[in-house]
Design a protein around this ligand. Structure first.
Ligand code: MEV
Length: 313
């Protein structure tokens, strides 16, 4: 066993396919290096498990309910390793509850830190097993895409319960990732789609299947470097997600603004109902200009993501 165990993870961006992926449709996601989380584990100075984080500092048992996943995950790992009482420190730049996969990322970082602390090798399978255990508690019915995207280093094509296929994202375009500053509600949004499915299966499954179709087309658009086509597919995916009631007026307004300013496409990303959205632009200048306009309109934060053809800091 080591004195200190360290684990890291990144945020994630779902480019296409959120919500539909829960119903077996494909999704495209990538790790988002603009944001990161580090978990550090060491033996507790007291006989109690303690935590230092932006949410809570003190006894782990006293953490608020939105950290129930962390309590359950650490309890499980501690029991399985027969580990002593620990102190867990969480340092994160991933905005919480904004569709960037912060709950999965914290689970990835903690699992890695635990195995590192105990000086044991960790396989990809083990990692996904523990992260999915934690995500069941955080999200109720996760597809597993957040776990896969926050633990890897490459863009992925993802199908629930199937092999995860990494691929190079070479696209002659820029992606602006913007945070509405409004907490998203992934758990509630996933549940409400499930309820809509119960009430009107034909309507709901039609939209979900069409999102699946758009994602498959997006895969071709990416592979053949057709950003304009990808943009149109993204915007249509957003409209279909809005029809499934997982958008909100702020997201819709920002997306309308981005499109009016010449974006190739724009959509919410992740669970929706707040959180982040993504804007595809042809040029870096467009991305910067639209990012500025969005900030003036009220967006809290914005990042630029390289899509492979152009790389920049
Ligand atoms: C959340 O980042 C993505 C959703 O599709 C839920 C999931 O796939 O677990 C909304």
């Amino acid at each position: 066993m080591k004195d200190v165990g360290i684990g890291e993870a990144t945020g994630k961006i779902i480019l296409m396919g959120e919500h539909a992926v829960v119903y077996g449709e494909p999704a495209i996601a990538f790790p988002f290096n603009g944001t990161k989380i580090v978990a550090t584990l060491s033996e507790s100075a007291t006989a109690t498990n303690t935590v230092t984080s932006s949410y809570h500092t003190g006894k782990l048992a006293d953490t608020p309910d939105n950290l129930a996943n962390i309590r359950a995950l650490t309890a499980r790992l501690q029991k399985e390793f027969g580990a002593s009482a620990f102190h867990l420190q969480i340092d994160s730049t991933i905005p919480a509850e904004r569709g960037m996969g912060s709950s999965a990322a914290v689970a990835v970082a903690i699992t890695r830190a635990f195995f590192d602390w105990q000086d044991r090798p960790l396989t990809e399978e083990q990692l996904l097993f523990y992260v999915n255990f934690s995500e069941q508690i955080a999200h109720g019915n996760p597809s597993g895409i957040d776990a896969a995207a926050t633990s890897g280093s490459q863009p992925i094509f993802f199908l629930k319960n199937k092999e995860i296929i990494p691929f190079p994202l070479h696209l002659d375009a820029y992606l602006l990732v913007a945070d509405t500053g409004i907490k998203g509600q992934t758990r509630a949004a996933v549940k409400s789609v499930a309820e809509l499915y119960e009430v009107d299966q034909a309507f709901t499954s039609n939209h979900l299947q069409q999102i699946g179709r758009l994602t498959r087309h997006a895969q071709h658009a990416i592979m053949s470097n057709h950003p304009q086509e990808l943009g149109l597919l993204m915007t249509e995916a957003h409209l279909r997600l809005a029809s499934l009631h997982v958008s909100n007026s702020e997201l819709n307004n920002y997306i309308r603004l981005a499109l009016a300013e010449g974006a190739l496409g724009a959509k919410l990303t992740g669970g929706g109902r707040g959180g982040c959205f993504i804007v595809l632009t042809k040029s870096k200048d467009d991305a910067i200009r639209i990012g500025r306009k969005l900030k003036v309109a009220g967006v809290k934060d914005a990042w630029l993501q390289g899509l492979g053809v152009y790389q920049y800091a």
